[in-house]
Ligand binder design. Structure first.
Ligand code: CMC
Length: 428
């Protein structure tokens, strides 16, 4: 097979190199096309545009395959811990026993937040959405660690910025929640593991300490792993593009948190629960909502359905659906919206509209149901996604800087007015 494609344009033949990834994915390299022909390419939403070469995640949306650094998501979700997976994603290999012990210790010992963050938090209205608060607090880390502004000064400092961010995000997230509900902030406790510590900071009060049920911490570990990385999605691309201007890790990840917030991306987990609740309150008529989702004159979409790259079952959704059943039965929770979700899923999977468009449940369809069972409030769901996605953002940011990638700067096709003369106010 030839390693270039020919483009015939204006009587010229332009050769475009074909590059190939390790899973035989092929791409046309158009980086020199404009110089060769005056043409740019256009692809709104980057539906068919690769922005980079990356060695972190392999995803085959047609076959429903997801692997981090070559390891299948099913194996990692079953056997690994979130911090181990974070190490794998960021550094490329599973850690040795010693590496993992040091990694966990470092992350445990950097969970405290500078006391001045309390003052920052007090400035937010109590009804502030925790995603907005979280992104503000993450970018505020640059003020407390100014050395992070020179993001690649030394490998040790890069590692320290990474450790701090992984360590502090759960504290910041729990504090954003405590601020919202008007309870005193809870400090981290080094004797607890990553998930248990986060849940204690969420749910302990001065009146009563809190220890999470092992069923809950095990599920949380699994959920965080399933969200940990997903190649060039909206928030990760945002992190890479912000970082490509040589902005700091904290500034780049803060931007990623904002990108994740929208209901078409990570905000879908909150939107799914709100949708299921609305269906329940409306009498549980799933057929009515399916019809609304299919009606092009109705802006309603079936939240938690469809994906830009999965045209088959999202492998994470399969694992989460099973986990939802397990967790609810182990915790003895009987959530009526789980039944509504199952009816909706079954109806959609048998409906020609969804079948033809290859719309399947995505990771967000069942995750909210588990979060509810774990006691996480609805407006914290997207924050949970952010906690999970952090290793992916960090790993992609690090890869982009190590590969010395150029600043991200797409082109456009201009469709506005041609040159015209300024019109004096009196003549308008
Ligand atoms: N309900 C009803 N119709 C849908 C849905 C849906 N959830 N998703 C896509 N469609 C239709 C869409 O109207 C279009 O139909 P047509 O070809 O007749 O115009 C077709 O399917 C293709 O949709 P698209 O919007 O062109 O696809 P996209 O790749 O641009 O969008 C998506 C992907 C995830 C934004 C979209 O499927 C969606 O809005 N889903 C609901 C929100 C959601 O669950 N988001 C979470 C994604 S997974 C977590 C993450 O990684 O962020």
């Amino acid at each position: 097979m030839s390693d270039f494609a020919e483009l015939h344009y204006n009587g010229e033949v332009i050769k475009l190199p074909v590059i190939e990834g390790t899973e035989n994915e092929k791409a046309l390299d158009i980086s020199k096309l404009r110089g060769q022909s005056g043409l740019i390419t256009i692809d709104p939403g980057y539906k068919n545009t690769g922005s980079t070469k990356s060695a972190i995640t392999f995803l085959d949306g047609e076959k429903g395959i997801l692997r981090y650094r070559g390891y299948p998501i099913e194996q990692l979700a079953e056997k690994s811990s979130f911090l181990e997976v974070a190490y794998l994603i960021i550094y490329g290999e599973l850690p040795s026993k010693e590496d993992l012990a040091r990694w966990e210790k470092d992350i445990t010992y950097h969970t405290l937040i500078h006391e001045d963050f309390r003052t920052l938090l007090e400035g937010f209205p109590s009804n502030a959405h925790p995603m907005g608060v979280l992104s503000s607090l993450v970018t505020s880390l640059t003020a407390f660690y100014p050395e992070s502004l020179d993001p690649v000064r030394s490998a040790d400092e890069v590692r320290m910025n990474i450790v701090r961010l992984l360590a502090k995000l759960p504290t910041l997230a729990a504090w954003a929640y405590k601020n919202e509900i008007g309870q005193p902030l809870v400090y981290p406790l080094n004797s607890l593991d990553y998930g248990g510590n986060f849940l204690r900071m969420m749910f302990a009060t001065p009146a009563e300490d809190f220890r999470a049920d092992p069923v809950v911490t095990t599920s949380l570990n699994k959920l965080l792993i399933l969200h940990a990385e997903h190649e060039q999605n909206c928030s990760t691309s945002t992190v890479r593009i912000v970082g490509s201007s040589h902005a700091s890790l904290y500034a780049s990840v803060s931007a990623g948190i904002n990108a994740l917030w929208g209901p078409l991306h990570g905000g879908a987990n909150q939107a799914v629960i709100e949708m299921l609740e609305a269906i329940r309150e409306d009498g549980g008529d799933t057929a009515k909502y399916l019809a609304k989702a299919k009606d092009k004159d109705d802006p309603f979409r079936l939240m938690g359905f469809g994906h830009r790259v999965y045209k088959n079952f999202d492998p994470r959704a399969r694992i989460i659906k099973k986990a939802a059943d397990d967790v609810l039965s182990k915790l003895g929770v009987n959530d009526p919206i789980l039944e509504i979700a199952k009816h909706l899923e079954e109806a959609a999977l048998n409906d020609p509209y969804f079948v033809e468009r290859k719309l399947y449940p995505n990771v967000d369809f069942y995750s909210g149901i588990i979060y509810r069972a774990l006691g996480i409030p609805t407006n914290m769901f997207t924050v949970m996604f952010a906690l999970g996605r952090l290793p992916g953002w960090i790993g992609q940011w690090k890869e982009m800087r190590e590969n010395n990638e150029p600043i991200g700067r797409p082109r456009q096709v201009y469709t506005g007015e041609n040159e015209r003369d300024y019109v004096d106010m009196a003549k308008r």
